[in-house]
Design a protein around this ligand. Structure first.
Ligand code: UDP
Length: 244
């Protein structure tokens, strides 16, 4: 059986959440092999990659691509590729914090607005007392401020750089500064810090089990409707796409 399922030409490794966690845990313990970039691949990223060759090469160069969203998993199953389950940035972040609490990992939080970033750090410190938040910065910075932020991350040398700048900005940012960040692993996690901080409510388990998290988000953040139009477009294009 293939180790990857192709979605519109992009190879997604067939990994469960537990296997992903094991892989990242091994990377943290291994040490010294450069930054390991994790891309949480959602339909928007897959669609953008069809025209954007630079984004495509960022994804090809990443250490790991995860199936961020039920749309990716469903399409893989309909086309016989069978991704085992979704591994979203948000779920992965919570699992990494749990594991980090046992293994005393360090995290740097980059992204979200200042109040959300501060609140997320506070919630993590209270909930996962053995995790170190070695630094944080909000995500509304100018290009001139970037060098100082990169230097801050470099000097803190976190195990994980959690990048909540929205996709694909996070992916581009991580790639651009890959060699300077001095983090073991960097992950783009979309709006997950908003959820950690309690600013945005995560869909309850029942909605997630019914694969209706997208509907919950739409009801709670109706301003996202335009962005969500991409989901049916993605499903149609991905199902018709002839994988080679
Ligand atoms: N964000 C940021 N800087 C920006 C724009 C957005 O830090 O210039 C943050 C925003 O506050 C939110 C996250 O990036 O926390 C994007 O969330 P969204 O759910 O839109 O992420 P996506 O699903 O697009 O990856």
């Amino acid at each position: 059986m293939d180790a990857v399922a192709k979605i519109m030409g992009i190879p997604f490794p067939k990994l469960t959440m537990d296997q992903t966690l094991q892989m990242l845990s091994d990377v943290v313990e291994r040490d010294g092999s450069g930054l390991f970039h994790v891309v949480t691949g959602n339909p928007e990223i897959v669609m953008s990659c069809q025209q954007d060759t630079q984004l495509r090469s960022i994804i090809d160069e990443a250490g790991l691509l995860t199936a961020d969203g039920i749309g990716i998993v469903m399409v893989s199953r309909m086309k016989g590729g069978h991704l085992p389950e979704r591994v979203t940035g948000c779920d992965l972040l919570f699992k990494l914090l749990e594991a980090g609490n046992r293994k005393k990992w360090s995290f740097y939080l980059l992204g979200a607005d200042e109040a959300t970033s501060a609140r997320a750090a506070e919630v993590i410190r209270q909930t996962y007392p053995n995790v170190s938040i070695v630094g944080r910065h909000h995500g509304f910075f100018s290009q001139e401020e970037e060098a100082r932020i990169v230097e801050d991350i470099r000097s803190k040398a976190p195990d994980f750089l959690i990048t909540a700048l929205g996709a694909p900005r996070a992916e581009r940012w991580i790639h651009k500064y890959k060699s300077s960040l001095n983090a073991k692993i960097a992950i783009g996690v979309g709006g997950s810090l908003d959820i950690v901080a309690g600013k945005v409510k995560r869909a309850p388990q029942i909605w997630q089990r019914l694969h209706a998290e997208w509907l919950f988000r739409l009801i709670n953040q109706p301003s996202r409707w335009r962005r969500q139009l991409i989901l049916p477009r993605f499903a149609v294009r991905a199902l018709l796409y002839r994988e080679r």
